[in-house]
Structure formats: C-alpha cells, structure tokens
Design a protein around this ligand. Structure first.
Ligand code: UDP
Ligand code: MG
Length: 334
C-alpha cells in the first residue's frame, strides 16, 4: 500500500434542535477529544429553529472560540436540511457530521479519521451496541432497512446513522445534489465513493428526549423509500397483472361450469369479496401514485432547502490562538 495521507483540517458539522441542556457538554467533550489529535479543526453548528436557549448558547461559544461557525435556520427545517446547511458551509479537508446530543461519542472521531487516512473517501460509523430505542422503533427500523436495500439496490449500510466522515471530493459531490426530499443515508452511498465502516458504542442521550418524533421518522422513511426507488410502481403493476390473471381464470371457470353443467356459480358473498379486494388494491395503487406525484410537485418548485436567519462564520485562526474557554459563565437560562 502507498503512503498514508495525513489529515490537515477537519470540520465538525452538528445540528441542534432544542438542545440547550447538551450544547456546552457537547462542545467541551468534543474539543477535549479533538485536542489530542494531530490536525486543526473547526465547527459548524446549525440551530434548526430551536425555540429554547440553544441559539444563544451557540453564539456564546462563537464569541469565545473563533473556530465556531453558527448558522441559524428561520424555522425547524428538520435534521436532514440542517445537516445540508452545515455541509454547505464546511470548509475542512474532511468533514464529520454527528448528533449534538452526545449519543455519537466524540472519541470515535479518531477512528473515523484513521480510516480516512488509510484511504477511504467516506467513513460510516455504525453502532456496535444494542440500541436504546423502544422495541417498536427498533423493529420498524430493521424491516425498513431490509426492504429499502432490496428495492433500491443501493449499498445502504444498516445501522449507519448520520455519523460519518466525508472527504472533500465527497462533500463537494453531495453539495451538488439539491433534491428536496433528502435522505442522506441513501444519498451518500449512492455517490459510490470508496468507504469503510468503523464501530462505536452509542451512549445515552446527554439531555432531554429524542427530537425525532414518530411523525419525523415516518417522513424520513417515506423520503428514503419513494425518492430512492420506483420499486413501488413495479409492485402495483405486478399486483394489477396478478389480479387480472386470477380474474381471467375465474371467468373461464365460471363459463365452463355454465356451458357444460348448466349451472351458475353461486354467490353474493364472492362478488362482494372480489369487489372489495379489487377496490382496495386500486385505492392503494392510486395512493402510491399520489406519493410520487406529491414528491414531483414539491421537487419542481425548486425552493431552497433551508433559509438562514443568522450566518456567523468562523474566522480561520490556528487552534493555538484560542482564548481560554470559560464554561462556568455559560449556563442555559431557565
Ligand atoms: N435534530 C435537528 N432537527 C430536528 C430533529 C433533530 O436538528 O428536527 C437534531 C438533534 O438536535 C440532534 C440530532 O438531530 O442533534 C439527532 O436527533 P435525535 O437525537 O433527537 O434523534 P435520535 O438520536 O433519537 O435518532
Ligand atoms: Mg440522539
């Protein structure tokens, strides 16, 4: 193997949505982990329309540490849009995206960087421990990923959340993909760059509760499913063909009985049953079509993926020149 490359600078992109309880701990622990490594680093913190003290705390960090960029979205645009905003403003040779609730341990960044230096363009961090989510969330996730992988034929890595490192070329390529319905867990593997997987132990959430409600999760799943595959269209076509085939067979049977045995097939029940099944299938099919049409409608509007109400860029000063950070004076206001 040829000589390993050395990472010179890293940008850490983190979305925050109502995380006032965890912002400072995240910053401190991440700095502590990164200070032990050999490259310069900076942050792009994205406030995803928080309604609590998150933005003020992020700005306090930027006051003290000139490596901190703070972007604030005009409203809650969602995790994937917030990540996109961050990636659009990330300048490092490589970029790490991670959650701001300390579930993605900052210490794992060293492993991501090692894999990058060994040559991978994208490094996925995959959770190694049993996950802490509810049984319902876990099993729906498992079924969803299996189905998605089969339908899209994209190498989606099961268990890889939005904790990953991307090289500069990978980030630049991802920036060109401006689709409205964003599912980064599919878009990144779609690009096809060489990748490696590293494992990490997921921690408990540092503060509060998950900001991923069921609605948000289902929406993301829908985007993943319908914007990555037209498999559902193939499915309804097949269903239509199968039903038509069955109907033909049944018709032939009914005609044979009538022609040779002078009997009619009895039954109100069977007529109603067939009618109900067929109209159910039709409605589902129309629903699936509607999903695609709705997405086309959103897509053709071509709106920006997020809007910023604040953009405070980090000045590029070397890490040594940082003023001392004084965490004690920065507490969330109740
Ligand atoms: N997040 C966000 N916008 C949202 C929901 C979540 O920016 O609408 C952020 C959140 O602050 C956290 C990360 O995305 O930093 C992951 O969210 P969370 O921890 O709630 O998800 P989970 O770990 O339960 O999947
Ligand atoms: Mg979390």
């Amino acid at each position: 193997m040829d000589k390993q490359r050395q990472l010179s600078s890293l940008t850490v992109v983190v979305p925050f949505y109502n995380e006032q309880g965890g912002v400072l701990a995240f910053y401190e622990q991440t700095c502590a982990a990164l200070d032990q490594l050999h490259f310069a680093y900076n942050f792009v913190f994205v406030d995803d329309g928080s309604t609590d003290d998150t933005l003020r705390l992020l700005n306090t960090l930027a006051d003290r540490d000139s490596r901190v960029t703070v972007l604030s979205l005009t409203r809650n645009f969602g995790h994937q849009a917030a990540l996109t905003a961050g990636l659009d403003h990330a300048g490092g040779e490589a970029v790490v995206t991670m959650d701001g609730d300390l579930q993605h341990p900052p210490a794992a960044i060293a492993d991501l960087v090692r894999a990058y230096e060994a040559g991978a363009e994208v490094v996925y961090a995959v959770r190694a421990n049993e996950d802490h989510r509810s049984w319902a969330k876990k099993s729906t996730a498992r079924i969803f990923y299996r189905l998605l992988k089969r339908l899209t034929r994209i190498d989606i890595i099961s268990g890889a959340m939005d904790f990953r490192l991307m090289s500069r070329p990978a980030v630049e390529s991802l920036r060109q993909m401006r689709e409205t319905h964003r599912y980064l867990r599919g878009m990144v593997p779609w690009m096809g760059f060489s990748y490696q997987i590293v494992y990490y132990q997921e921690a408990e959430r540092f503060a509060d509760r998950s900001k991923y409600t069921w609605t948000k999760m289902l929406r993301l799943a829908r985007y993943g499913f319908f914007s990555f595959s037209t498999g559902a269209l193939d499915l309804i076509t097949l269903l239509g063909l199968a039903l038509t085939g069955l109907a033909m067979l049944y018709l032939i049977y009914a005609l044979v009985v009538w022609a040779f045995f002078h009997e009619t097939v009895p039954g109100w029940t069977s007529v109603i049953a067939v009618l109900l099944v067929v109209s159910g299938v039709q409605l589902i099919s129309v629903g699936i079509l509607a999903q695609y049409i709705g997405m086309i409608f959103e897509e053709v509007k071509g709106r920006p993926l997020y809007l910023l109400k604040q953009k405070r860029l980090a000045q590029d000063r070397p890490p040594e020149a940082q003023p001392d950070y004084d965490g004690a004076t920065m507490q969330p206001e109740d």
